[in-house]
Design a protein around this ligand. Sequence first.
Ligand code: ADP
Ligand code: MG
Length: 593
Amino acid sequence: MNEKKKSDLAVLLDYAGSYKGLTFLGLGLSGAAMVLGMLPYICIWLVMRDLIAAAPDWMKAVGIARYGWMAFGFAVAGIAVYFAALMCTHLAAFRTASNIRKQGMEHLMKTPLGFFDSNASGLIRNRLDGAASETETLLAHNLADIVGSAAMVLSMIVLMFVFDWRMGAACLLAAVVSIAAMFTMMGGKNARLMAEYQAAQDVMSKAGTEYVRGIPVVKVFQQTVYSFRAFKQAIEDYSAKAEHYQGDVCQLPQSVNLTFTEGAFIFLVPVVLFMAPGALKTGNFTGFVTDFAFYAVFSAIVSTALARIMFAASGTMQASTALRRIDQVMSAPVLRITDHPQKPEDNSVEFKDVTFTYEGSKIPALDHVSFRTEPGQTVALVGPSGGGKTTAASLIPRFWDVSSGSVLVGGVDVRETDPHVLMDQVAFVFQNDRLFKASILENVRAARPDASRDEVREALSAAQCDDILQKLPDGMDTVIGTEGTYLSGGEQQRVALARAILKNAPIVVLDEATAFADPENEALIQKAFAALMKGRTVIMIAHRLSTVVGADKIIVLDSGHVVEEGTHTQLVSAGGLYARIWADYNQAVTWRI
Ligand code: ADP
Ligand code: MG
C-alpha cells in the first residue's frame, strides 16, 4: 500500500457516496450564514455613527430605522441560510451513517463464521451502529460549525481592521491569548497526558462492562466489588489521571482561556485610553467613539466564535475514534469465494494433510491431520479436551479456512465449492447452537424455510421432541424464551437436532454437547441422534463414548495430531490412548450407577 493514507474526513465523505455534494453545499451555506450573521454589526456601527453625529438632536438621525430593518433582515436571512445548511448536512450525514451500516453489514456477511466466534456478533453490530451514529454528529453539526466558525473568524478579522485597526488588534490579541492557552492544554507534552487520561477512561469503561458481566460470579461466591481488582484499579487510575490532567495541567491555561474569551474587552480599554488624547486633537472624536462602541459590542462575539471552534474540534476527535472502530469492522478478513465453483461428486468428507493455526496462536490447533469418511459412513473424533476436535469440525463449513492442506467435501476442496451448495450438502449441529427467540416452528424451519408445518412436526417427532411440544401452551407455535417457556439444555439440543433433521442434508457434522445430567434426556438425545444419522455421512464429536462404539472409524486427536485411528474393537485391543480413555469412561459410568 503505497497510496497515501486518506484523511478521516475524506474517508467519511467517501461513505456519503452521491450525497457528498450535499455536504459541500451545506458547508458553503453554513459559511454564508455566518457572514450574513456578521452584517448586523455593521448596521449597528452605522446606527451609532448617525446617532453620535446627530447628538444631541436625536431626531435628525433619520437613517437609523432603515439600518435597524437591514440588521433585522440580515439576521433573519442568516438564520434561514443556516437552517438550509443544516438541512443539507443532516441529509448527507444520515445517508453516510446508513451507508456505513450497510457496507459494514455487507462486509460482515462475507467474513468467515469463525470471526463471530471471537467477536460476538451483537457486539460488532452495536459497535458499528454506535460508530455510525457518532459520525452523524460530525457531519451534521461539527463540520458545518467548523466552516461557519472559520467564515466567522475571517469576517471578524476583516471587520476588526475595517474601522480602526488598533482597536481591532486589541480584540484580536485577546483571541490570540486565549487560543494560545487552549493549545497549551492540548499540545506538546500535555497532548500525551490528555491521551493517557482518555485511554484511562476507556479502560475504566471496559472494566466496568467486564464487572457487570461477572456479577453472577460475584454473587455466587459472595464477593464484593473490591474483588474486581481490575475494575477498582481502573477507577483509581482514571481518577488519578483525571485529577492530574484537569487540576495540574489545565487549571492555569483554562483560567487564562476563559478570562480572555469572556473579557476581550479588557484589552480594548487601555488601547482606547491611550488613543483618546490623539483623537481629541484630530477633531474626529465622534468617529473615535463610534468605533470604540462598535468594538466593545463586537468583542463579545469573539468568545462565541472561539467556543464554537473548540467544541467542533472535540467533535472531530470523536469522529476519528469512531472511524477507527468502523475501520476495524471493515478490515475484518473476508471469506474468499471462488469464481468457478465445482460441484461435489459424492457425500464423502476428507481431510488431506490439514494444518490450522488460530490467529495469534503459535501452536497449530491441527497439525497435518488426514482422514477420510466414505459416503454413508460414520467417523467419530475423540480425544482429550483441547485436542482439536471442534476445530476440525469447524473447518468443514469454513468457519475458518485451513492454513495448509485441504478439506474436501464430495471430492472438492470446500474453498472451490459454492458456499450455498456446501451449506445445502452439510448440516451442522454445534455445541453452542442457539435457538432464536421465536416459535419452535420458526426455529426448526430456519433450516429449510419452505418446509410445511407437517414436515416440521415430523422432524420434531424424529428428534424426540413430542414431550416438549405437549407441555408447551401453544405447542409448536410457542415462542421460546418468553415467560415460563424456557427449555433445558437437553431440550434445546433436541430442537436443534430437529432442525438438522429437517434440513435433510446428506452429510451431518455433529459436535455433541457434554453430557446432560438427567439420564432420561440422554436416552432421548441418543434416539434423536440415531434418527439424524440414518443413511447419512456423519462426522461426530462424541463425549459419551457409548455413542462412538458403533462408528465405522474412530480418529483419536491429541494436541492437534491424529494419534490413533481404527474401529472401537481395534483401538481397545491396541491398548493406546483410546483404550485408556475408554477405561476411564467405563469407570466413570460405573461410579455414576
Ligand atoms: P476440542 O474440541 O478437542 O476440545 P478445540 O478444537 O476446541 O479442542 O481446541 C483446540 C485448540 O485450539 C485448543 O488449544 C484451543 O485452546 C484452541 N482454540 C480453540 N478455539 C480457539 C479460538 N477461537 N481461538 C484461538 N484458539 C482456539
Ligand atoms: Mg470441543
